[in-house]
Design a protein around this ligand. Structure first.
Ligand code: NAI
Ligand code: COI
Ligand code: MG
Length: 349
């Protein structure tokens, strides 16, 4: 079997710490499942600026384009806020260059860890939904963009085709789940949302087996927290998806629990936690590595068809958490290395 080529972009802050943990766990699990792969790491984000003078060098981009899958930690931090080109711009450039238009952010709370949520157990129970976020359009990319002393401008463009392909992706996913799509927009105000709603209605005609409903983003933000078990597939534009998914992470107990997968039409997919580089806890070995481990299990399933290995790893991580080995964000005292070690010991049996 040829080795799968995984490009890693650890990035900045806790990105490097949780990447190390997840890769050590992958190395141990892959022995058990005979999964052959090679890893090559490249500077990206703030690390790219420090080492190569730019957040996304040609070399790093080319390596990503040639990979079978990409794992990204997180980027950014105060050190680079004033940089000529910031780590965040590098991230947006990478997503655009790889055509990663579909960002899938699953929110799942296994019964056994429902108690880790700050929300009431009866609210959290049964929560299992996915935010499908459009990732290469909208206000993060639109021009003109201006920042003057006393005036600023951002632009939010969406073409029909950009909306159509992400909404189709959401319907395809719903077909294999609970067959319900909730499209979130602000169509009572925004022109892009009016187009979003029209195109979504058109796409829905091809999926008569899937129920479609529309929800305005402000009330959706409320209902995601008060009735999370109501949802199946939420599809939304770039900015709304960014915000709603961080909010949804609360249901699982921590932002440090949520992974994501970003897909293009036909290139390599990229897997990353939904959170950032967490400068407030970076360098302390206390970050929760679950977001990165679950990004690895998404990669195993979606890029490499290693379903058994992914399921096994998720089960073991659940067991470690049930045993009370929890990082600070979940109310525990375990370090990142403690958690990693506990998972590795379980794999070793
Ligand atoms: N994809 C990426 O690389 C992203 C990068 N960023 C960048 O990250 C930097 C920090 O942004 P923030 O607003 O602070 O958001 P953040 O997501 O880095 O952190 C928010 C809060 O969640 C906590 N947190 C996040 N991940 C955690 C984990 N795995 N374990 C335990 N606690 C965790 C942090 O300690 C912090 O209190 C900024 O430069 C931002 O631009 C932000 C979001 C995504
Ligand atoms: C630089 C930001 C757009 C990153 C972010 O917040 C995200 O992708 O969730
Ligand atoms: Mg975000």
């Amino acid at each position: 079997m040829t080795k799968k080529k995984i490009v890693t972009l650890p990035g900045d802050g806790i990105g490097t710490e949780i990447m190390d943990s997840a890769l050590n766990i992958l190395a141990e699990a892959s022995k058990k499942f005979n999964f052959a792969y090679e890893v090559e790491s490249f500077p990206f984000g703030g690390a790219g600026i420090d080492l190569e003078g730019e957040p996304l060098s040609e070399k790093t981009l080319t390596a990503c384009q040639q990979a079978d899958a990409i794992l990204l930690g997180a980027i950014g931090g105060p050190k680079w806020e004033q940089a000529e080109k910031t780590p965040e711009q590098g991230l947006l450039q990478l997503r655009k260059a790889l055509g990663l238009f579909a960002n899938v952010r699953p929110i799942r709370v296994p019964e056994a860890i429902v108690h880790l949520s700050p929300l009431k157990e009866e609210i959290v129970k049964g929560s299992d939904f996915v935010v499908v976020r459009e990732l290469t359009g909208g206000i993060y990319f639109g021009t003109p963009r201006k920042l003057e002393d006393d005036f600023a401008l951002d632009t939010c463009p969406y073409s029909g085709e950009e909306i159509r392909r992400i909404v189709k992706k959401a319907f395809e996913m719903a077909r294999n789940r609970k067959k319900k799509v909730t499209s979130v927009d602000k169509s009572n105000v925004l022109a892009t949302s009016k187009l979003w709603r029209k195109i979504t209605e058109e796409v829905a005609k091809d999926y008569p087996d899937v129920t479609l409903e529309h929800q305005l983003v402000d009330s959706a933000a409320m209902k995601i927290i008060t009735q999370p078990a109501y949802y199946d597939v939420i599809v939304t534009e770039n900015l709304f998806g960014d915000i709603l998914s961080d909010e949804a992470s609360v249901i699982t107990g921590s932002l440090g629990m949520l992974p994501s997968a970003s897909h293009s039409e036909n290139g390599p997919s990229l897997y990353e936690p939904i959170h950032g580089s967490a400068p407030d806890i970076a360098g302390k070995n206390i970050a929760n590595p679950m977001s990165m481990i679950l990004s690895v299990t998404m990669m195993l399933r979606e890029s490499f068809d290693q379903h058994e290995m992914a399921e096994y790893l998720e089960k073991i991580c659940d067991e470690v958490m049930i045993a009370g080995i929890l990082t600070g964000d979940l109310g525990g005292k375990a370090t990142t290395s403690d958690f990693e070690e506990a998972v590795i010991q379980k794999i070793k049996g």
